[in-house]
Ligand binder design. Structure first.
Ligand code: AMP
Ligand code: ZN
Length: 115
């Protein structure tokens, strides 16, 4: 937990979000500035700045987050049409919120080219 972290605040419900899933470890909610018809953030509640802070003990949590991403994609109707999972990591990775999260993006054709 980090007092000033936006996603910790969302996990603690001090900041509201359009939640699509919550359990003991993970909260998922619609991105405030969606880049596609489906744009959900999947956020482990435990504060880790990014993948650089992930340890061996987090293997199960990360596996769960990926499986949840696939389930939410299905729930939101893009499981079959396809979607992208993105983790922006660090400055040059384009990370703007320093709390590890996965983007689930879909509902339109995404370019094959990355960057
Ligand atoms: P990243 O750039 O990978 O760190 O992603 C941060 C994401 O958080 C961006 O897509 C923002 O649009 C999104 N975001 C910022 N503030 C909020 C908020 N209060 N609720 C939901 N999404 C947010
Ligand atoms: Zn945090």
């Amino acid at each position: 937990m980090s007092a000033d972290c936006l996603f910790c605040k969302i996990a603690r419900k001090e900041v509201s979000s359009k939640t699509v899933h919550e359990d003991h470890d993970i909260v998922a909610f619609h991105d405030l500035n969606p880049v596609a018809p489906v744009h959900v953030l999947i956020v482990p509640k435990e504060h880790m700045d990014n993948l650089n802070e992930v340890g061996k003990g987090d293997d199960q949590l990360l596996g769960k987050a990926l499986r949840l991403a696939a389930k939410l994609a299905d729930d939101l109707g893009v499981g079959e049409s396809g979607y992208r999972i993105v983790i922006n990591n660090g400055d040059q990775g384009g990370q703007t919120v320093q709390h590890l999260h996965l983007h689930l993006i879909g509902g339109r054709q995404l370019e094959a080219k990355m960057g």
